[in-house]
Design a protein around this ligand. Sequence first.
Ligand code: UD1
Length: 368
Amino acid sequence: GPVICVVGARPNFMKMAPILRALAEHQPAIPAILVHTGQHYDREMNDRLFEDLRLPQPDINLGVGSGSHAVQTAEVMKRFEPVLDDRKPSCVLVVGDVNSTLACTLVGVKKGIPVVHVEAGLRSYDRAMPEEINRVLTDQVADLLYTTERRATSNLQREGISEERIRFCGNVMIDSLLANRQYARSPADTLAAAGVDSAIISEKSGYGVVTMHRPSNVDHPETLESLLTVLREISSDLPLIFALHPRTKSNIDRFGLGHLIDNNRMLILPPQGYLEMLGLLSRARIVLTDSGGLQEETTALGVPCLTMRENTERPITVEQGTNTMVGRNTVLILSEARKILAGNGKSGLVPELWDGQAAKRIASDLFA
Ligand code: UD1
């Protein structure tokens, strides 16, 4: 039977694109079915990334949409089960750590269908993070676990997972980054397309990029207010381009914090396509984020990154890459940002096997 490849939310798409390509290019070609759970559905959160990454339209869309974690997870499970009955796959392949990842893993393993997890073993050791729960549970029950860094492999071993189930293969997200770098859209085009006046940004001034959407940062009015305040302060030294996730945008409105981003040194964009974001990141002087993926993408690009979280599940980006953890400590955020702008940021290495070939290694390992 075919491989059922599952995507649900934005950070899944750039991981799955190279895997689908590697399965198609494998000799002999490996049949795959792309299932989209519909967790993300907006044009900005979904369609544009599919176009940019040249992902095929999903064969099946479960259309679950938004909801509480329980409802979202349950709806994915309910709607995914008949797909497995109908298509009789050889295995289910999931990526990352979103609710769709865990939901489809549970359905697969309980039906006795082998489940393959790509980007396994990452741990923040912070169980207040919904993704941490998804990671731990997915890895406990999935059959085959592909890791992006050696620390992830040792995390899994420590959790009692036997060595035969674990393979260090590198980072499929970096496969996408390297394959698409040549198509990245220029920042000027991106800003113009969004109708944003970018006169404030010159070749000499440069700019920084901000993304923020973690519940721990954006769901509490005081936390969101203090983070927006420090970003505003940084923007007086360096214009900041802020790509707003729908959750963050709605909370800024709900908490009445719009005035904090309403100034001409903070350029507010809707969520961006993959090629737009890649272009923005490549030329940024600094990236401030709470995303998982951006920590790795900035390390691969050699761009200094300040991660506004208390912990990271991707420690190699700090140990070897350009990432620095700054938490929600506004004093630290400001001082680390100024250090980078003064030219004293850290430089980094590109981690082992982040070489653009990870998906090929997975395909040939799976179907040797
Ligand atoms: C999800 C992932 C997170 C990932 C993020 C990237 C989980 C637990 N979290 O979080 O790991 O970093 O995606 O974006 O799976 N919404 C829209 N349009 C959409 C999708 C969502 O407007 O296309 C809004 C809805 O109001 C929704 C809210 O965003 O309630 C949150 O969406 P949800 O899928 O629950 O989680 P994310 O915060 O996007």
